[in-house]
Every structure is written in C-alpha cells, then in structure tokens.
Design a protein around this ligand. Structure first.
Ligand code: GDP
Ligand code: PGA
Ligand code: MN
Ligand code: MN
Length: 611
C-alpha cells in the first residue's frame, strides 16, 4: 500500500480535506503508489508514456494514442446523475439515488489499483480569480497516465489551485478508474461501465473507460454536468455546451462576442476557430475563446458575461484540412504538444492521417496502420472501403497553441455576450439563420433544438432527436427547472443578447449534398446577425424569426445554385406546422415547464397558422 502522507507532503499538497479524500480512495482502490501531478510534469510523463508504448511519437513534439476499440465515444446510456432528492430526476439525466450509486461504484473500484499508481490531478475549470472560481476546483484521481496528459492540456493543473481555496471543502471529488477495458461488456446487456455524477455531493465516479469524454473528468463531468447543477443550486450561473468567439470589425473597432450551443460533433470547434473567408477581405477578425463549454452569469452592469472554463481543445479530426480549418491544423503543428487519438498512423514516418485531411489517403500505404492498429496493406477486398481513422478520432491541444486564441481568453472578468445561437445537423426545415429578439422565444427555441445525433455518442449516429440547448447528454436536473433557471438568469440581464438558430447542414433531398458551403463561410451568417442587432439590416420577418434577405447576406465570392439559396433562405410553412406538433409532444414531457415557454410556443404556432 502506498504511503499517502509521504506522497502528499512531497508534493506540498496541504489542503486537509483533499488529503482525506485521497487517503480514502487510496484505501478503497488499494493503490500501490500515489503521484501528485503538476502541469510542469508534462515532459516527464510524456517520456514515460512513450517508453511504455502508451504514446507513439507523431513527428517532433506531437503524440499518437489509440484507445481500446470499443471505447471511442461517450456512452449516454451508461451516464447517470445521482442525487439525494428525486426532484432532480429529469427526462434525460438517468437519475438514480445517490446512496445506491456510491455503494455500487465503490464496490466496482475496490482493489482496482492494486500494484498500480493512482495519479492525483488537482485542477481548476475557470480562469484564476474569476467570480465563479469557487465552483471550479477539483481533484481527479485516475489510474491512467494518458488521461493525466490529456487533463494537463484541457485544464489548469497544479496543487496551488486547491491548497488555498477560500472554502477548503469547495472542490469536486472526481474519481476515474478505467478498469479492465477488454472485459467490461461494452454495449452488451452485461455492460459493467458506470459514469456517475453525484451532483448534490459534488462527487464524480467514472468506471470503465479511458476515452476523453468519459475520462477527463474536469472537462465534461465537472465542467458541464456538475457545474450546470451548481449553477442551478446556487442560482448564480449557467454552464452550457457552448462555443465562445469574438468578432472584431477592424473598420469600426467594435467587438462582438457570440456563444453557441450545437450538439457534439456539429461544428462548435470549427466555428470558434473560423477565419474570415478571403472574399470578405481582412475587415473582420475572429478570435477563439472556447469550443465546447461556457459558464455564463449576469454581471453587475446588467450585461451577461461568459468565459470558457477549459484550458484546451478536444477537437474532431475528421475533415480538418487547410481549406476547412487552417487554424485547427496550425494549432496542432509540430511542437504543439498535441495528442492525436484514434487517427491512422504510420510508425515508420510518424505521420498521422484522417478522412478529409487530404482528398485521398496516402497513395503509398506501406507502413500505414488504421485506428485499430491493423495494417492498411493487409486489408481484404471487403475491408478496403473502411475508414482509416475512427469517425470520432480527436486531437487534444492547449488553448495557448490556437493561432487565433483571444489575448484575453484567460481573463477572470470574462467577456460580454452579444448573441446566443443554437444549431445542429438538421437536413431540412431549418434555414441558414433565423434571429429572435424575444428572450422567452429564444429560450423556447433552444429547448426545441432538434438535430441528428453524431458519432461523438456511441451508437446514436444519425438519429434525429430533440437536444435541448445541445445539453441532452449533460443535463443534470429536471428540464422544467432548467428552463426556469435560464429565464431567471437571462431575466437578470438588462442588456439582452440577441438569439438565433443557425443551420450549416441543410441537404439536398435527392443527392444529399450540403446546400451551404459551411466552415469559414459561416461567418457570413454571424455578420448578418450582428448587423441585425445593430439595426443596420432589417431582414424578413417570418413566424419563426427574422431571416436575411438575399441582398443583406454577403454572398460575394460564393457560387451557390439558385435553388439551394432559395431553400436555405426561406421557411417551409407546412413542414414547420408539422414540427409544431412534434414540439408540443416534446415539451409536454417536462412537467411544470414555465408558462412563458408555453406562451412562446403558442405564439409561434399561431403565427405559422396565420401566415
Ligand atoms: P464540435 O464537436 O461541435 O466541436 O464539432 P466540430 O467543429 O469538431 O465538427 C464536427 C464535424 O463536423 C467535423 O468533421 C467537421 O469537419 C464537420 N463540420 C464542422 N463545421 C461544418 C460546416 O460548417 N459544414 C459541414 N458540412 N461540416 C462541418
Ligand atoms: P465536442 O466535444 O462537442 O466538441 O464533440 C466533446 C463531447 O461533447 O463529447
Ligand atoms: Mn461537447
Ligand atoms: Mn468540439
């Protein structure tokens, strides 16, 4: 058994509550060694991982890892929110009683670290000194070194973040045990995995995965699920699956901040890293703040403020290339410290490749291995069409490596929010952009976000479903309370942001091509929204919001067929009336939904009928 005190003393970890917590779990898991981690340990841990073969070099200062082949995405059905009060049970949070889950998870983790190291990762999910800092500290205990390396990139890591807490008990206890991955029955009736957030005890217990979304507990489990609960319980803030970006108009010097909720793998990272398309010249500059999570609160001056609690990017590799997202490519250049997971790899040349990195895969397949480690050259005729990389393969890199990261991304004060947008993969109905001034209608629009699920969630790719505010997989308490909390926080702002719904993914019914070029060109829709907010354009009013006229939307340099333009800049009333019926059923599942939301729904329904 490890000598816990000696290890914590050596690391200068003095918070007595953290020490008790580490000692408790060292005892339960039977850990042989305790290692307290600081961000400055990165180079040593990388060297150890390369030595052990958990990481492979991918050129200078970049690394490659593979996860177990049945452990490549978040599992929604194995994710549970537990509390001591059944009032927190919602439609999507898989609520269970806290006591039952703590007992189950403790029994699963018992003895799992015999002969192994327990890494202690103290972290902060906020810029230092932020007004929400007391919700941001945590300590992840993990058995997996590559998880530690990902945490160093994705969070601020070091003992200083937890030694001097104003309330020394105000840290999240986050325990991660990967377990025996080949023997966990993933996806079978005998599935052993449990990803539990005991929200009212600020305790996270994840067993059975080393995939980022399940195992980097600072990121999703704390930064999104736990903190959304904390925001509600304290009444102080929202924690949302939102990107955060800034648009600067160099001609006027004005800067606008936009947050946006799109389901996983639906374009948040790409939009936040976007560059102005060449056709717009160099008038606009987009700055990156965050690509997956924003914490939002009403400031004393009546504006809404936001920051990104993360310290890094966990981006989808697929289709990232010089044309779609040069910013992402340059953030993962040599010596960026990037870690690639489940892309294709060539051990001889140390190159990596994924679908869409280049138009065709490398012509000379010698040495290349697919994401499972199988040689491409050995593929049978049947296997030739299989992707080389997993569709949910990822890169992980610190924010400081992103070329367009905003100079003030780490500012404790956050930035004022001018617009809140929602979007997702919706193949019909949703136009390119529709703007909404009214707050209740904006919140209603978020609650009725309907889109296709993606490969970021195991087994759900392509399923059309409602995903309120894109938070369905991260919802921590009852949806009706969530809606009321949104209205309350927005109600406290005297300077209201404009809302909008965007869709880059409308498709042709016949051949399935995307009607809008997407990626960098998406900035055009955001610029129109900013102009609308400033009163420089009027748009056309429709029953479901204001949409741009052809003349208002800057289409310079684009070559979009007339029929496609017509589709993305119009409202199909019949299709929308049908949608209203679906929405009604969807909303009826949330008992006690605020009356303002129902009023917004009825207003939209009536406007569609009158149209
Ligand atoms: P996130 O998971 O929400 O951050 O989504 P990403 O930005 O990582 O994108 C997920 C996938 O969608 C990637 O394969 C992107 O290449 C693709 N994607 C992102 N933006 C667009 C877009 O505007 N149009 C199209 N067609 N694909 C996009
Ligand atoms: P994503 O992040 O939203 O960028 O895909 C990870 C996730 O939500 O699983
Ligand atoms: Mn996400
Ligand atoms: Mn992303």
């Amino acid at each position: 058994m490890a000598n816990v005190d000696a290890a914590l003393d050596a690391a200068g970890l003095t918070n007595p509550h953290v020490r008790d917590y580490v000692a408790y779990w060292a005892e339960v898991t039977g850990a042989e060694r305790i290692e307290v981690v600081d961000a400055s340990d990165d180079a040593r841990l990388i060297a150890e991982s390369v030595e052990a073969g958990d990481l492979l070099p991918a050129g200078e200062g970049r690394y490659y890892s593979r996860s177990y082949h049945k452990d490549t995405a978040r599992s929604e059905e194995r994710t549970i929110v537990a509390t001591n009060d059944e009032a927190h049970k919602g439609l999507y949070n898989n609520w269970r009683p806290a006591a039952e889950m703590k007992e189950l998870l403790t029994s699963k983790m018992r003895g799992q670290l015999v002969g192994k190291t327990m890494y202690v990762v103290p972290y902060l999910m906020a810029p230092q000194g932020s007004p929400l800092e007391r919700f941001a500290a945590g300590v992840e205990l993990t058995d997996t070194r590559t998880v530690v390396l990902h945490m160093i990139r994705m969070a601020r890591v070091g003992v200083s973040y937890i030694n001097d807490l104003a309330d020394p008990t105000s840290f999240v206890k986050a325990v991660h045990v990967a377990g025996d991955l080949p023997n966990l029955g993933q996806g079978t009736p005998d599935d052993q995995r449990y990803f539990v957030t005991v929200a009212d005890e600020r305790t996270i217990l994840h067993y059975g995965s080393s995939y980022g979304g399940n195992a980097l507990l600072g990121k999703i489990a704390h930064g999104l699920r736990q903190s959304s609960f904390d925001g509600f319980a304290s009444g102080e803030f929202l924690s949302e699956q939102f990107l955060l970006l800034g648009i600067t108009d160099k001609q006027t010097g004005e800067k606008y901040h936009v947050v946006g909720g799109f389901p996983s793998a639906s374009g948040k990272t790409n939009l936040a890293m976007t560059l102005a398309p060449d056709a717009l010249g160099d008038r606009y500059y987009v700055e990156f703040y965050g690509d997956d999570i924003a914490w939002i609160w009403p400031g004393e001056d009546g504006k809404l403020y936001a920051f990104n609690p993360e310290n890094g990017v966990f981006g989808v590799a697929k289709d990232t290339n010089e044309a779609t997202n040069p910013t992402a490519l340059h953030s993962i250049d040599e010596n960026s410290g990037a870690i690639f997971t489940n892309v294709a790899y060539n051990p001889t040349t140390q190159e990596v490749w994924w679908e869409g990195k280049t138009k065709n895969p490398p012509a000379d397949v010698t040495g290349w291995e697919d994401w499972k480690g199988d040689k491409i050259a050995d593929r049978s005729e049947d296997e030739k069409g299989l992707p080389w990389a997993h569709p949910n393969s990822r890169f992980t890199v610190a924010l400081s490596q992103v070329p367009n990261v905003a100079p003030d991304y780490d500012d404790a004060a956050g930035v004022p929010v001018d617009a809140i947008i929602f979007g997702g993969r919706t193949r019909d109905r949703e136009p390119l952009v529709r703007a909404i001034h009214d707050v209740a209608e904006g919140v209603y629009d978020g609650l009725t976000l309907g889109a296709e699920a993606t490969f970021a969630a195991d087994g759900l790719d392509g399923q059309l479903r409602y995903d309120p505010m894109s938070m369905r997989p991260f919802m921590s308490y009852a949806e009706a309370d969530y809606a009321a909390h949104w209205l309350k926080i927005l109600g406290q702002a005297t300077e209201k942001p404009i809302f909008a719904h965007v869709n880059w993914f409308q498709r042709d019914a016949e051949d399935g091509h995307f009607l809008w070029p997407g990626y960098r060109e998406n900035l055009r829709a955001l610029l129109w929204l900013v102009q609308l907010k400033k009163g420089e354009v009027k748009g056309q009013t429709t029953p479901v919001g204001i949409i741009p006229t052809r003349e208002e939307l800057n289409l310079e340099g684009l070559d979009i067929p007339e029929a496609d333009l017509e589709r993305i800049l119009s409202i199909d009333n019949t299709r929308w009336q049908q949608e209203i019926g679906f929405r009604e059923e969807h909303l009826q599942q949330f008992s006690g939904l605020p009356e303002e939301i129902w009023e917004a729904h009825r207003r939209v329904a009536a406007a569609l009928e009158a149209d």
